[in-house]
Design a protein around this ligand. Structure first.
Ligand SMILES: *Cc1c(COP(=O)(O)O)cnc(C)c1O
Length: 392
């Protein structure tokens, strides 16, 4: 029996044990090399073992890891200032940041902030069917996948879902009980479906008309992944709240909830807290990540590499269509190809990709992926699709 027998049975069988990573590459315990086109669910956007991040956390570990939020530290305010600038552009403070440890916690913060601001009678959060917002009880209810709710009823009250990209459905759902609308710019776990500028503009208008907040879940799309710093920036709207996590620490757990100044003002001392959030260890990783990303102009790299990967995917027999933004892509496969089977064959060929639905592969390589690595990945995938056609 493997050592994994002592871990709770919440994940499907894990086919490979990885022991080392560098850039786009991973090695398993037998020394086999793989190309990582999944980045640990869009987390290691700068690639594995990025030297600037490794140096920053090693240095911080020898300086100061944690003192609690009873005392001030120097790193978190710096990271907050950078995030504020990347979200809203240069020129003064536009908003404030709460640091936490994960994506779900960032959304919990956003939901509590919306409820505090909304006050009694205005506490409902509207999100989209097919969305994913986390696995805590509240964020699970915000997640628009009713099948995931069933075993955990009763979930916290005050969550409503409307059809993705359906303006009329959101128009009908947002009444005076609604504190906020919570949207991903691209449904990530839901199959990599980008929103449209029209939809985001319409929801922005609906929220403004009814006094509801527009909160954007950038946990998967944020920090360059889609070819802009944040996914909402494709759609020409200004958000009230932005949540992020995955790529912010390049593997060090950290989440953040940004809110415009007048919205953040709803929180008073004691309204929200976390033991670890904002500590020097995690924020020093984020500071190094953001500096490395700005230096490399990472959104531009996501655009260029994303175009090369999307073009290559579209030319592979067995790929019916390609969708996504930047380097958050999905390849929809021709029937009867099964994404799980093809992903498993790709893994045997040395390429990590994710079967995001029964019929689509998600590709989210590090944003520093080289042209040669993209081309090598495409060759492996082409072979996996040839043999994948034999699945029963
Ligand atoms: C991953 C993800 C979350 C949850 O993040 P955790 O760190 O797993 O809690 C929430 N929203 C979106 C869009 C995500 O992709």
């Amino acid at each position: 029996m493997s050592l994994g027998g002592l871990l709770m049975n919440t994940y499907p069988p894990q086919p490979v044990t990885f022991v080392r990573g560098e850039g786009t590459l991973l090695w398993d315990e037998d020394g086999r090399r793989y190309l990582d086109f999944f980045s640990g669910v869009a987390v290691t956007s700068l690639g594995h073992s990025h030297p600037a991040v490794a140096d920053a956390v090693a240095e911080q570990a020898r300086t100061l890891l944690h003192v609690s939020n009873h005392f001030a530290t120097t790193v978190a305010p710096e990271v907050a200032a950078t995030l504020d600038r990347l979200i809203m552009g240069p020129g003064g403070s536009h908003g404030k940041v709460f640091f936490c440890n994960s994506g779900a916690e960032a959304n919990e913060c956003a939901i509590k902030l919306a409820r505090k601001r909304g006050g009694p009678g205005r506490h409902v959060v509207v999100s989209a069917y097919g969305s994913f917002h986390g696995r805590t009880l509240a964020t699970l209810h915000a997640t628009g996948q009713p099948a995931k709710h069933e075993a955990f009823q009763p979930l916290p009250e005050g969550f409503v879902h409307a059809a993705w990209c359906d303006v009329a459905a959101f128009d009908a759902a947002v009444d005076e009980s609604v504190a906020a609308v919570l949207l991903e710019p691209v449904l990530g776990e839901g199959g990599v479906h980008p929103a449209t500028a029209e939809f985001f503009a319409a929801v922005r208008r609906i929220c403004d008309d009814r006094g509801a907040l527009l909160m954007i879940d950038e946990i998967q799309t944020g920090l360059g992944r889609t070819g802009r710093w944040f996914g909402f920036q494709h759609f020409g709207i200004e958000p009230d709240v932005v949540t992020m996590a995955k790529a912010l620490g390049n593997g060090v757990p950290i989440g953040a909830c940004w809110a415009a100044d007048e919205v953040a003002a709803a929180f008073a001392v004691g309204d929200h807290a976390t033991t670890f959030g904002g500590q020097p260890f995690a924020t020093s990783a984020a500071r190094a990540v953001l500096a490395a990303m700005e230096e490399a102009d990472i959104p531009a790299r996501a655009v260029a590499a994303g175009a090369r990967l999307a073009d290559g995917l579209a030319s592979i027999p067995g790929v019916r269509s390609v969708r996504g933004l930047g380097l958050l892509l999905a390849a929809e496969l021709e029937a009867p190809l099964e994404a799980k089977e093809v992903a498993s064959r790709a893994l045997q060929g040395g390429l990590v990709v994710n079967p995001v639905t029964d019929s689509a592969l998600r590709l989210a390589p590090p944003l520093l992926v080289s042209d040669d690595e993209i081309d090598e990945g495409l060759v492996i995938l082409r072979r996996a699709l040839e043999t994948g056609a034999l699945s029963p």
